[in-house]
Ligand binder design. Structure first.
Ligand code: 5AD
Length: 431
């Protein structure tokens, strides 16, 4: 199985390849692979990750050709605006029209959208987000694998179940287990990008983590995102040198006082400095925050989205806060699904082009319809958990995690069927 379509290389200039998907041109860095025009490749996140034989490419392309255009058509039809996508509320109608024309919303306008309470008005907001998602990203949906290599963590984040002193039994996958799980994800299931995640200070030094990244890169054609918390600026450099090209690091909240309160001994400034440094080094940035954190407001959510914009996020990861019983925030309720969808939709409106928006596992845990609802509210990215089952149930950042007991094969099967029924192609065509 494969989550991206082979592309034909048309031109290579200064380390950047112009590639074509059924005639649609994109650009991709080719620092990992030596290429010439006429080659066929797989790309992820704007990087060429693998060169494949023309015979292999043509076989896959033949299987995809009709399906590719059918899926696109299905998606384009369902996302197209219809007469009843207009509102009789003139203020709402004016703001949505501005959004559809990619106008920049003021903070007051953004807040107005986030505060909509009427179900029909909320529906129109999501329809607008879906329209923009289709207009700029077509039907592509990014599918990353995520491998949780350790649940050991030195932080005391007030919301997180693995930071709690009375947290789960701790594990750290051995290097051999990590390589085997990554290999299975790439070779057996066709993942072209993998997020390696752990608690901060997970029991491996940065040097050891870099060695793991290097080993995976040497063995498998895959784009690696790291998500080991704040590893320090030199740590980021070492991991980049080892071959990591993406960083998943949420800033959690853009409100500095709230950040400090729920992250003892840590500051938002330090988090932002990491993200800025990573971007300057060339990392693809996935960032975002928690929706509905106790003490946060809708204005904070608007600021969160704007902060992610200023950090050059290539993908946004905004998910609901879910109370964990062993944490100081155990008694606080999770936000409503409507609140989550409102943030996703507003994020799409603020970031119409370029940025992918993830349907998070936390949202999937909040609602069994998360993927279906999120994907028609601006979302265009999902992650599949490739952590071995014996460890997966120990990565209890919040309780009852979605997919905690599903094999990778089951998750892949379900995800692909769901995407297909929505007219989405499990592809990352890059920007
Ligand atoms: N609810 C939702 N998300 C959580 N995370 C940690 N704990 C929780 C929780 N209780 C998220 C954080 C972190 C990511 C790895 O998991 O946002 O960045």
């Amino acid at each position: 199985m494969c989550y991206t379509i082979p592309a034909l290389v048309e031109e290579v200039r200064k380390g950047v390849a112009t590639i074509s998907y059924f005639g649609e041109r994109k650009q991709a860095y080719c620092e990992f692979v030596k290429l010439s025009p006429g080659d066929y490749i797989y790309a992820q996140g704007g990087y060429v990750v693998e060169k494949i034989s023309p015979a292999q490419a043509q076989k896959t392309l033949k299987a995809w050709k009709d399906v590719f255009f059918q899926l696109r058509k299905l998606d384009a039809e369902s996302a197209a605006l219809k007469a009843n996508d207009n509102s009789s509320d003139l203020k709402l109608q004016r703001i949505l029209e501005k959004a559809r024309n990619s106008g920049k919303l003021s903070k007051a306008e953004a807040l107005f959208l986030l505060r909509l309470k009427d179900p029909q008005a909320q529906f129109l907001l999501r329809r607008t987000a879906n329209y923009l998602r289709q207009k700029f990203h077509n039907n592509s949906c990014c599918v990353h694998g995520i491998l949780e290599i350790s649940n050991i963590c030195v932080r005391q984040c007030a919301y997180c179940g693995i930071s709690a002193p009375s947290g789960p039994v701790r594990y750290r996958m051995s290097v051999g287990e990590i390589i085997a799980a990554a290999g299975e994800a790439v070779n057996k299931f066709g993942f072209k990008s993998l997020v390696l995640q752990s608690g901060e200070g997970c029991g491996y030094t940065v040097e050891e983590l870099a060695e793991i990244v290097k080993k995976i890169r040497q063995r498998f054609p895959v784009l690696i995102f790291i998500s080991f918390g704040e590893v320090g600026i030199p740590g980021l450099r070492k991991l980049y040198a080892a071959g990591a090209r993406g960083l998943l690091l949420r800033f959690e909240t853009s409100n500095p006082a709230l950040y400090k309160k729920i992250h003892p001994g840590d500051t938002l400034d330090s988090r932002i400095k990491h993200l800025q440094a990573a971007y300057r080094m060339g990392y693809l940035i996935i960032t975002g925050g928690l929706i509905g954190l106790p003490g946060s407001t809708e204005a904070d959510s608007v600021n969160d989205i704007n902060l992610a914009a200023s950090l050059h996020a290539e993908m946004l990861s905004f998910g609901p806060f879910l109370p964990h019983p062993f944490t100081p925030l155990a008694k606080h309720p999770a936000p409503s699904e409507e609140a989550v969808l409102g943030v996703l939709a507003l994020a799409r409106i603020i970031f119409p082009a370029k940025t992918k928006i993830l349907i998070t596992t936390a949202y999937e845990t909040l609602s069994p319809q998360a993927r279906q609802n999120g994907l028609i509210s601006g979302g265009n990215s999902i992650m599949i958990n490739v952590t071995p089952l014996k460890y997966r149930s120990l990565y209890t950042i919040y309780p009852h995690r979605a997919h905690a007991d599903q094999t990778v094969a089951q998750q892949v099967r379900e995800a692909l069927a769901m995407l297909k029924s929505f007219g989405r192609g499990p592809t990352d065509l890059g920007n």
